[in-house]
Design a protein around this ligand. Sequence first.
Ligand code: ATP
Ligand code: MG
Length: 716
Amino acid sequence: MPALDLSALDPEQAAAVRAPRGPVCVLAGAGTGKTRTITHRIAHLVANGHVKADQVLAVTFTARAAGEMRERLRAMGLGGEAGQVQARTFHSAAMRQLRYFWPQVVGDVPWRLLESKFPIVGQAAHRAGLGSSTDLIRDLLSEIEWAKAMLIAPEDYPAGANKYKRDAPADPIRVAQVYAGYESAKTSADGLLLDFSDLLLHTAAALEDFPSVADEFRGRYRSFVVDEYQDVTPLQQRVLDAWLGERDDLTVVGDANQTIYSFTGATPNYLLDFSRRFPDATVVRLERDYRSTPQVVSLANRVIGAARGRIAGTRLALIGQRPDGPEPEFAEHADPTAEAMAVAGRIKKLIAKGVPASEIAVLYRVNAQSEPFEQALTERGIAFQVRGGELFFQRPEVRQAMTALRQVDNRDDLPDDARGGAELITLVRAALAPVGLTAEEPAGAQAKERWSSLLALVQLTEEVVRHDPEMDLTGLLRELATRAEAKHPPTVDGVTLASLHAAKGLEWDAVFLVGVNEGLLPIQHALGDNSGSGESGIEEERRLFYVGVTRAREHLTISWALARSEGGRANRRRSRFLVGLVPDDSPASRIASSAKGPKVDERKRPLCRVCLKPLIGTYATMLGRCRRCPAELDATLLEALTQWRSEKAETLRVREFVIFTDTTLNAIAEQLPTDDTALALIAGIGPKKIESYGADVLAIVASRLRVTSGKTAGQK
Ligand code: ATP
Ligand code: MG
């Protein structure tokens, strides 16, 4: 193996790397090189003959993080192949071990991994006299997972739920019945079904109860490393303890101030209590931040500096190591649409300045916030991907809502005046009620998520009606369908849209934290809530904000909107977490008091090429003219373009809309572009599309123009 270069480490990192075999704890903030430190420590232990590479087991919590660790180890010549360091998630490590030890422990009884818990929980819920809604079942399922992660047995669930002040999806006695029913249903005459938690439980039990298994295992693995240790659950800790036995060759790294998964049972207590448990431990604190500019670091320090409680007491002020960069920006907007348009505009500029789209992220608190950003990026022709989630219009609850709206639209017993104008909003709300749109936010995480998506649809409707007071349900459905189909297929090279939870551990050159409003960050249900670790729910929300801020390497923009929907009442406030952070000279400090607002944003809208008024709505923006403005569409050309698209789709084996949507083809047939510049002016056609299809399209248009012998002048 190559000699290890310790010069790539700072003195504290090197101290952790060089510490003798035995317990080591690295307690440090975001971007200080924790992951780098543990990979180097593994390499150091191996290089100095303290352990063999294949005696090291490195674990973390997500497959992505395990992959990243393997990648960094491979770069140091310690790849993931046989005979090498094992870098895995807790679950995958346990699964391998259980497969190997099962015959010694259980004998002939077969087991298999439970693919879907849903039907079993559903049956158990039915037997316990609970409803069968998908949301309820999913919430029951999460609750059972939480109890198992906390090592709480079914009969102890009611007491546990009370102790940890859980927002239980049903009466705790009933939840306990469902939990018990679920557990017993997994055992049948043909063997055992094990869920992920069972894998961990059985692995721990095999090591705890069978000395021969423990001896064999402990002879095989001698050194353990855990990344992101603040995320460990009591169940995972039990497995780790079983792996270790009486030994203490354990290195852990983590940042208690990035604990954002308390609701799943994760707790930073093991990290914080490490040196109490291992009094001889080498404890290292890292303060130098290698990820972000001093400007971003300073803001991060102020965000977490306001935190209170035991976890906050362990924080260290970070010291930025990178060269200076721009000051973080703060921006207040009239509504989420205006916010999204401004963000998309800034992104366009960053890309023009050379920042790759894949190095840019838009982060929000809940997935339902993504729609206006998907829309604004689409309108600007910027490719994007939604990490850890689906595009808004592809989410199951949104699809159900669209079906419900279509059914209402198809009814012929509705009077016309109930379908349009102000009545349209009432109609939409009523149509969405059976899909889950209650007046008040419901209990349960899944139900809440569904509810916020449905509410986002109502807000979209309000926006559409405000722009076009005569809009009816059929028109609304067409507007929504255009929005849905206009979205570029997600691409990994594009801008990332993600929730703050999904952004953990990742980094980008430019980060936009959006919707930093009271009620969103902190989220409404965290106010006065208890996260389960005995502290206020607000503190976990503050840590989420901190995680968001620390994802940015260089550019950071924090924004919020005053109204829920475009042109709506400005009854929202910016987040309490921003108190003292927004500089007095920031434009964001002023907008609230002056009566600007939508007008500013109106000016940024593209104009109708017929009447020159600002374009409103996606359909219009894509066409480049108002819906009602007259247009001359060359039907023969449209036919030729449609024919070309279908042949192209067949050759490339993709769906037709991936090439161009109907609306884009319409726009081409109306606007008759004669060069790339004219093509680029059509919404839905970005540089990639021009590169792939521009020549084809221009050739088709040109041959049509020749036929009509120049009678139709190219309109630019
Ligand atoms: P997080 O808390 O977000 O998981 P982390 O503490 O694990 O962050 P790393 O991902 O290990 O941080 O490091 C952050 C960045 O800083 C990486 O790009 C890493 O290569 C770089 N880095 C770490 N230590 C040093 C160093 N001593 N010199 C130069 N760059 C470093
Ligand atoms: Mg890390």
